[in-house]
Design a protein around this ligand. Structure first.
Ligand code: SAH
Ligand code: SF4
Length: 344
C-alpha cells in the first residue's frame, strides 16, 4: 500500500498550508487546485505553469492516483459505461457513467462493498470491505471528467448510488461533495448531487443541518416494517415510522423534495396494498417516487415486476397525488444497473 498522501484527499486550505510551509506563495496552491479540478491534469509533470523544482516536489510529496482501472465495459447501446477500479490495497469499487440526452451522470461509490446487507443488492451480497477516503470518492469523478473532456463533454450530475452506503461513510462523502462543489475547482453545483441512503436516521438529520443543497433519495422498497425487514436488515434498527419522521423533518427544514426509491419485485412489494400504504406514508409531503423494476443479482431469487404490475402500482400512487415515475432499466447487460455493482 502506498504511503504518500493522496492529493485528492486535500482541501484547498490544506494545500495552501503545505505550499506555504514549503516557502511557496499561496497562489501556487490555487494554480495546482485549478490544474487538478479544472484542467484535469493527470500528474505533476503536466503542471508546466510551475517551476521544475516545484513539480518535482509535488511528485515526491503526493500520490496523484489511487484508482487503477481493471475492466471497462460499455452497454450494447453505448450509453452506459462501467469501470471496475482497484484501490491501492487491491480492493474493488465500480463507477458508472450514463449518457441520457444532455446529461452525463456518474454513479459513484463510497465504500468497497456494503455493510447493510440488503438481500436484493449485489453490493450487499458481497459484504463490507472498507470505507473509501474522500480522495478516492473524488477521483472517480476526476477520472470520468477527464475521459469526457477528451470528447468535449463534461460531468453534469452525480448520483451517490454506487457501491456502499454513503451515510455509513458520512464525513468522507460530504468532504468529497464539498471539494467537487468548490467554486475555484470543478464547481459542480450542489443541486447536481443526489445522495441515496438505505435510511440511516442520525445522518439524515445531520444532512438537514448542513448548508448544502444536495438532493436526498431514500431507499424504501416496502411500506410496512414486516416486509421491509425481510430484505433490509437496517429496518430493525430504523423502522419506517421513525424513518419517515426524520425524512419529513428533513423536507420541512430544507424545503427540498425527497425521492423514494422502490425496486419493484414481482408479487412481493408490487401489490396494490403496498402502493396504498406507500401513498399513506407520503401523504402531504414534498416527495417523488422512483419505481425501478428489480435488477437481477446472483444472490437473490426475486424477479422484476411485470410491466402491467408496475403500471398498476404507479397508477395507484398517481391517483393519490403522489408523483411517480418508472425508471428505465439501463446498463443491465453489463451489470451496471442499480444494485448490480459487485466485483465479479
Ligand atoms: N446504499 C445506498 C446507495 C447505493 S444502492 C442505498 O441503498 O440507497 C443504489 C440504489 O439501488 C438504492 O436505491 C438501492 O435500494 C437500489 N438497489 C439495490 N439493489 C437493487 C436491485 N437489485 N434492483 C434495483 N435497485 C436496487
Ligand atoms: Fe448497501 Fe444500498 Fe446495497 Fe443496501 S442497497 S446493501 S445499503 S448498497
Amino acid at each position: 500500500m502506498t504511503e504518500k498522501p493522496h492529493i485528492f484527499d486535500l482541501d484547498l486550505p490544506e494545500l495552501i498550508d503545505i505550499l506555504t510551509s514549503w516557502g511557496e506563495q499561496g497562489y501556487r496552491a490555487r494554480q495546482i487546485w485549478q490544474g487538478l479540478y479544472q484542467k484535469l491534469w493527470e500528474g505533476p509533470e503536466a503542471f508546466t505553469n510551475l517551476s521544475k523544482g516545484l513539480r518535482g516536489r509535488l511528485a515526491e510529496a503526493f500520490e496523484f492516483s489511487h484508482l487503477k482501472p481493471i475492466t471497462d465495459l460499455k452497454s450494447s447501446d453505448g450509453e452506459t459505461q462501467k469501470i471496475l477500479f482497484h484501490l491501492p490495497d487491491g480492493l474493488p469499487i465500480e463507477t458508472v457513467r450514463m449518457r441520457y440526452q444532455k446529461r452525463r451522470t456518474l454513479c459513484i461509490s463510497t465504500q468497497s462493498g456494503c455493510a447493510m446487507g440488503c438481500t436484493f443488492c449485489a453490493t450487499g451480497q458481497m459484504g463490507f470491505l472498507r470505507n473509501l477516503s474522500s480522495g478516492e470518492i473524488v477521483e472517480q469523478v476526476i477520472y470520468f471528467a477527464r475521459r469526457l473532456k477528451e470528447r468535449g463533454e463534461r460531468v453534469t450530475n452525480i448520483v451517490i448510488m454506487g457501491m456502499g452506503e454513503p451515510f455509513h461513510n458520512y464525513d468522507a462523502t460530504m468532504q468529497a461533495i464539498r471539494r467537487l462543489n468548490h467554486p475555484e475547482g470543478m464547481n459542480l453545483g450542489a443541486r447536481r448531487f443526489t445522495i441515496s441512503t438505505v435510511g440511516l436516521i442520525p445522518q439524515i438529520r445531520q444532512l438537514a443541518a448542513e448548508d448544502l443543497q444536495v438532493n436526498l433519495a431514500i431507499s424504501l422498497h416496502a411500506a410496512d416494517d414486516e416486509l421491509r425487514a425481510k430484505t433490509m436488515p437496517v429496518n430493525r434498527k430504523y423502522p419506517i415510522t421513525e424513518l419517515m419522521e426524520a425524512v419529513r423533518e428533513y423536507a420541512r427544514t430544507t424545503k427540498r423534495r425527497v425521492t423514494f426509491e422502490w425496486a419493484l419485485i414481482n408479487q412481493v412489494n408490487d401489490t396494490p396494498e403496498q402502493a396504498a400504504k406507500l401513498a399513506d406514508l407520503l401523504g402531504g409531503m414534498l416527495a417523488h417516487v422512483n419505481l425501478i423494476p428489480l435488477n437481477p443479482t446472483r444472490g437473490y431469487e426475486g424477479q422484476a415486476s411485470t410491466h402491467e404490475r408496475a403500471i398498476r402500482f404507479q397508477e395507484i400512487l398517481q391517483d393519490r397525488g403522489v408523483p411517480c415515475t418508472i425508471r428505465l432499466r439501463r446498463g443491465i447487460d453489463i451489470q451496471a444497473g442499480c444494485g448490480q455493482l459487485a466485483s465479479q
